[in-house]
Design a protein around this ligand. Structure first.
Ligand code: SF4
Ligand code: SF4
Length: 345
C-alpha cells in the first residue's frame, strides 16, 4: 500500500508552483501529469474525433519508465485516451509510476465504460498498485440521447453495467456528464435522476491537438451558462473534493458567458499533458514543447520553448479555456482566488 502524502508535503508542492509562477523562483517538476496512453477508442462520439484519428502512435512501457524516472515530484497521474482501457498494459503503466515516483498518490481515469469485464479486471490490478484510484464513466443523458451522442447502440447499457460492477469492487467511481448541444433539452431531467452518482460535469470542448474536433462549435453563451448555474446550485457535496467541483461549476457558468481566463492558469507550471506520440504540451490548446522521442522530459520542461510559452500563459496570450483536466490544478493552486471567483457577483 502506498502511504498517504502528508498535507505539508503536498502544500510544499503548491507553494513551489505559486512561487515559480508568480515570483520567478525555480520551477519544480510537475505534480500532475495527464498522460494520453492511446488514441484507440471503441465509441464513435459526435463531438470528439479521437476515435477516427489517423494518429495511432503510442509510447512503450520503456518510454514511460524513462519519463516517470525523471518525474520525482509527481503526485497526481491521470491516464486518458481514447479509451484508456483499450490499452492492455494500463496497469503496468501505473505500476511504473509507483516504482519511480515517490510522491505519486492519486490516479484518475476517465472511461466510456464500454468493456465491462476488461475495465473491472484492470481496475482491480490498478487498485493493487496502492494508488488512490478514481474512475469516471461518461454518461451524457438518458439511454437514447447518450447512445446517439456516443454513436453506439448499447453504450448507455454498458456504461451503467460497468458503473455497478466497479461499485461492487469498491473503487471510487462516479459518472462524468458532458453538456452538448444535443442533450441540452433533456439535461436537467437527466441530472435530477442521476445526480447522486454524477461527480464531474463539463461541456463540449474543442481542441485540434486532443479531441481533433475544431470543426464543431464550442458551447458558449447564456443558455449553457444558466445550465451550469443551475447545476452548481443543485450539486450536492458528498466528499471533500466535491467542494472544488461545486466551485468549478460556478466558475464554468462565468466562463461560458465571458470566455476569459478565470484563474491564473497553472498549465505548464503545475502539470503537463503528454500525447500518445510523445509530444509534451502544457495543455490541449498550446503548441508542443518537444517530443519524448527526441529529448528527455527535463530537457523539454526546462527548455527554451517551454519558458517562452510559459511567459505567454502568464500574459493570458492563449486560447483561454476552462477544462477540468487543467482547471482543477488552478483551483488547488489558488484556492482563495477560486472561492472569490466562484462566489462573487
Ligand atoms: S469522447 Fe471519449 S469515448 Fe468518445 S470518441 Fe472521444 S475518446 Fe472516445
Ligand atoms: S488554453 Fe486553457 S489550459 Fe491552456 S494555457 Fe490557456 S487557460 Fe491554460
Amino acid at each position: 500500500m502506498v502511504a498517504s502524502l502528508s498535507y505539508p508535503a503536498f502544500a510544499k508542492k503548491i507553494a513551489q508552483t505559486r512561487m515559480a509562477r508568480d515570483w520567478g523562483f525555480d520551477l519544480p517538476l510537475p505534480w500532475k501529469l495527464l498522460v494520453e496512453i492511446t488514441k484507440v477508442c471503441n465509441n464513435k462520439c459526435m463531438n470528439c474525433s479521437i476515435w477516427s484519428s489517423p494518429n495511432k502512435q503510442f509510447l512503450s512501457l520503456e518510454d514511460y519508465k524513462k519519463m516517470f524516472m525523471e518525474n520525482k515530484n509527481l503526485f497526481w497521474l491521470s491516464l486518458t485516451g481514447g479509451e484508456p482501457f483499450t490499452r492492455p498494459d494500463i496497469d503496468q503503466i501505473a505500476k511504473l509510476a509507483v516504482e519511480h515516483c515517490p510522491d505519486v498518490r492519486l490516479l484518475s481515469i476517465p472511461t466510456n465504460g464500454f468493456w465491462t469485464e476488461r475495465i473491472v479486471e484492470k481496475t482491480k490490478a490498478l487498485m493493487n498498485t496502492g494508488l488512490e484510484c478514481h474512475i469516471t464513466i461518461s454518461l451524457d443523458g438518458p439511454q437514447d440521447v447518450h447512445n446517439q451522442i456516443r454513436g453506439m447502440k448499447d453504450g448507455w447499457q454498458r456504461a451503467i453495467k460497468t458503473f455497478h460492477a466497479l461499485k461492487d469492487i469498491g473503487v471510487s467511481v462516479r459518472y462524468q456528464s458532458t453538456l452538448h448541444a444535443q442533450n441540452m433539452a433533456v439535461f436537467k431531467e437527466f441530472y435530477k435522476e442521476y445526480a447522486k452518482d454524477i461527480g464531474v460535469l463539463t461541456f463540449t470542448q474543442t481542441s485540434d491537438t486532443y479531441y481533433e474536433n475544431s470543426n464543431i462549435k464550442a458551447l458558449n453563451g447564456e443558455e449553457p451558462a444558466e445550465m451550469f448555474e443551475w447545476l452548481a446550485d443543485n450539486f450536492e457535496v458528498r466528499e471533500k473534493h466535491d467542494y472544488f467541483e461545486k466551485m468549478h461549476l460556478k466558475i464554468a457558468a462565468k466562463y461560458l458567458r465571458k470566455k476569459e481566463m478565470m484563474l491564473p492558469c497553472t498549465a505548464g507550471f503545475s502539470g503537463a499533458y503528454i500525447a500518445t506520440d510523445g509530444n509534451v504540451y502544457p495543455c490541449f490548446s498550446m503548441p508542443s514543447w518537444g517530443s519524448l522521442r527526441e529529448k528527455s522530459f527535463k530537457e523539454i520542461w526546462y527548455g527554451e520553448k517551454a519558458n517562452l510559452e510559459r511567459a505567454k500563459i502568464k500574459e493570458k496570450a492563449c486560447p483561454k479555456c476552462w477544462i477540468n483536466c487543467f482547471s482543477f490544478q488552478d483551483m488547488v493552486t489558488y484556492p482563495e482566488k477560486a472561492i472569490v471567483k466562484a462566489y462573487s457577483r
